[in-house]
Write a protein that binds this ligand. Structure first.
Ligand SMILES: [Zn+2]
Length: 484
């Protein structure tokens, strides 16, 4: 399904109307247009968004409305200016204050404008209360409306839409009956993922179709997970492990199906954003089954229950069968990842590991330890890896990272010291990068130079790909910092 070309001039006109009303501070018209079909992050011929135009003209009421409706304050015009930079340049302190406040609030804003990173947007309601209802699950399994996604070695079968992006290959019961109806004990692992809560169309725009892979959900968006409800009649989704089935057999069922390379996890970044969450959920569970084959308490063999979400020890005497034990359930490993801001507010601390591509620097990160708060983990990791001391810590957003089952907790750390001592066991290098270098790297994929040498001939900065939360943290910092 492609977009009807006849609607394009209408959309262009609406966008023009949005831009001129944002410039003029016409709150009523802006409100009417963004509740219709206007693209709140659409740009004009000069690469300016409605938010930038309102910032240029000091329209604080319009700014507030646009931010509330999910306008992306981290977007830059071709000159590398964000809305905040524009407001500062033209001396509109009320506007600067609003954007700053919005940026600082991050995910704590009251109107559910939570930031959703890659792997974080789920099109399913997990329906966890149904995992123990065997009869309901059986009916759903045999329902022709149900969707099955196939995995081998924790990697999904996909269909390529072009050379760089793919969609999950979806199967129905009648195509897989020979596997699903095998005798008990011989059946491949089947995981119940949930029921569809969002109608997914092939032409549905993905968040990364815009300049950002991070999107904000708002009450105005039909894809907002917070505003949709599902019921048990909605189509169910299952993930099936077909590691024992030859690829040719799968291709015999669906000729366009291809297994995404299990050895190259970066291939997962080619997934459509609106399916990445489902695949991340299934991948983390399959990885758990794959790595935890014996009871962690007594070493006996285990069986899978609760539609793929629980391991039960076969040893009737096992301690894990008495009371609730976290060894029975899938694990999630929290990692803090942080953009550390220089005391002057105009530089960011980034580091690189030896195995990174040449000139790539990223946010520092590390696993949390037992008995530690998120804030303390941020301070400890930054100090251990770079010698820099961090004071205040704020939360930005999180990202499930199914390699195999990490939860990245994205934060900003405000440095209270600046001297760097690199822990060479962990990092090859860490340094402060000026905002202008980061802006250049975001715009072109390359920075302008090494800030330490002060020379534009220094190494060029390369940032992580946009699907990584590190990229989104850096981008958010640029959006909340106006100094140029
Ligand atoms: Zn046991």
């Amino acid at each position: 399904m492609t977009e009807d070309p006849s609607t394009k001039p209408v959309k262009t006109q609406i966008l023009k109307a949005l831009h001129s009303s944002a410039s003029d501070g016409d709150l009523q018209t802006v409100s009417r247009l963004i509740n219709g079909i206007a693209d709140v992050n659409g740009v004009d011929d000069h690469g300016w968004t409605a938010l930038m135009l309102a910032a240029r003209n000091g329209r604080d009421k319009v700014i507030k409305l646009l931010l509330d409706k999910g306008c992306d304050y981290t977007l830059m015009n071709p000159a590398g200016q964000t809305a905040l930079a524009i407001a500062d340049f033209w001396h509109h302190p009320a506007v600067s204050h609003l954007i700053n406040q919005h940026a600082q609030q991050g995910s704590s804003s009251a109107d559910n404008n939570n930031i959703i990173n890659f792997f974080g947007l789920s099109i399913l309601d997990r329906f966890s209360h149904k995992r123990t209802e065997k009869e309901w699950l059986k009916q759903k399994r045999m329902d022709q409306a149900s969707t099955f996604v196939l995995f081998s070695q924790s990697s999904p079968y996909v269909t390529w839409s072009d050379s760089s992006s793919c969609r999950v290959c979806r199967f129905q019961y009648n195509q897989l009956q020979f596997l699903l109806e095998k005798p008990e004990g011989d059946q491949p692992t089947l995981i119940f993922l949930g029921v569809g809560k969002i109608p997914v169309l092939e032409s549905e725009p993905s968040p990364s179709d815009s300049t950002s892979s991070t999107t904000t959900t708002s009450s105005a968006t039909t894809t907002s997970p917070a505003t949709t409800t599902s019921d048990s009649d909605d189509p169910a989704w299952f993930a099936l492990d077909v590691a024992d089935i030859p690829e040719d057999t799968i291709k015999g069922i669906a000729p366009s199906a291809e297994l995404l390379s299990p050895k190259n996890y970066l291939a997962l970044m080619s997934l459509a954003d609106n399916e990445a969450g489902v695949i991340g959920q299934a991948r983390a569970l399959f990885s758990w089954h794959d790595r935890y084959k014996f009871c962690p308490t007594c070493g006996s063999s285990m069986r899978i229950e609760e539609a793929g979400y629980k391991h039960v020890c076969e040893n009737k005497e096992c301690r894990s069968l008495k009371g609730v034990h976290n060894t029975c359930y899938p694990r999630v490993d929290p990692v803090t990842i942080m953009a550390v801001i220089h005391p002057d507010g105009n530089q960011l601390l980034l580091g690189r590991k030896k195995q990174f591509p040449r000139n790539m620097y990223s946010c520092l990160a590390g696993f949390m330890e037992p008995g530690e708060t998120i804030e303390d983990a941020v301070r400890r990791e930054v100090h251990e890896e770079s010698g820099v001391k961090v004071g205040h810590v704020t939360y930005h957003s999180s990202q499930p990272w199914p390699m195999p089952s990490t939860l990245m907790i994205g934060c900003f750390g405000y440095a209270v010291s600046t001297e760097i001592t690199v822990d060479t066991q962990e990092l090859e290098d860490a340094r402060w990068f000026a905002r202008r270098d980061i802006v250049a790297a975001l715009q072109t994929g390359r920075g302008t130079g090494d800030t330490r040498s002060g020379s534009s001939e220094g190494p060029k900065l390369l940032l992580p790909f946009k699907q990584a939360i590190a990229h989104q943290l850096v981008k958010a910092w640029v959006g909340m910092t106006a100094n140029l």
